[in-house]
Design a protein around this ligand. Sequence first.
Ligand SMILES: C[S@@+](CC[C@H](N)C(=O)[O-])C[C@H]1O[C@@H](n2cnc3c(N)ncnc32)[C@H](O)[C@@H]1O
Length: 221
Amino acid sequence: MNREEIKSIYRKRARNYNLTANLYYLVGYREFMYRNKAVNSLNLKLGDKVVDICCGTGLNFQFLEDKVGPNGKIIGVDLTDAMLERAKERVNKNGWGNVELVQSDACEYNFPKNVNGVLTTYALSLVPDYDKVVGNAYGALVPGGRFVDMSIKMPDNFLKHFRYILFPLVKPFGDPEEYINIRTWESVETHFDKHDFKEFFGGITYISVGEKSIRDKNEFI
Ligand SMILES: C[S@@+](CC[C@H](N)C(=O)[O-])C[C@H]1O[C@@H](n2cnc3c(N)ncnc32)[C@H](O)[C@@H]1O
């Protein structure tokens, strides 16, 4: 899918996106538990600055607010205006004064300096040049800062034979045939010398974490 196709899909999905996300509970998928785990993996502290790449309607924001507090900063970046409008509604409703929303392609986004964490959930494989995003995030992170990518993938086990049941469940967010086999975590493993990868829900969900070394990997002299 190109940018315009993505925008067109998510403009249509924006209004009911939050509700649709909750429907996965009907098949036992505890989406918010994975969001919470992903945010915990960022290892944020009060006052930290975090970027949520492809933030959508801001479903991670409450978890991030709990970590960084009112003196921290959350920057939500997304391509689709309608998704960001829903995110803005969420921010206003909660009275969060520390959230900045930016409409941008993730590949073109200029990260601010000295970011403590970068999060992306259910989205990175939709970005054709995701490796550039991971590389840019690495450059923006402070030493010790973490990049966390949480999403769904094709399981490596017998569940892959259930693709014709599983795929229609996620089709409203883009054709899974196009993104389900993309291994975004390999970019994390390339850019970050410290990394971890864990699977959940029968290998359908994963959390990939990269931590920037205290010493920049290119500076050894
Ligand atoms: C499945 S939604 C996930 C939203 C949110 N991260 C969440 O966990 O609910 C995918 C989001 O990625 C955004 N997106 C897709 N491609 C993008 C790109 N190249 N740059 C920025 N955002 C993008 C879409 O607009 C959409 O909001």
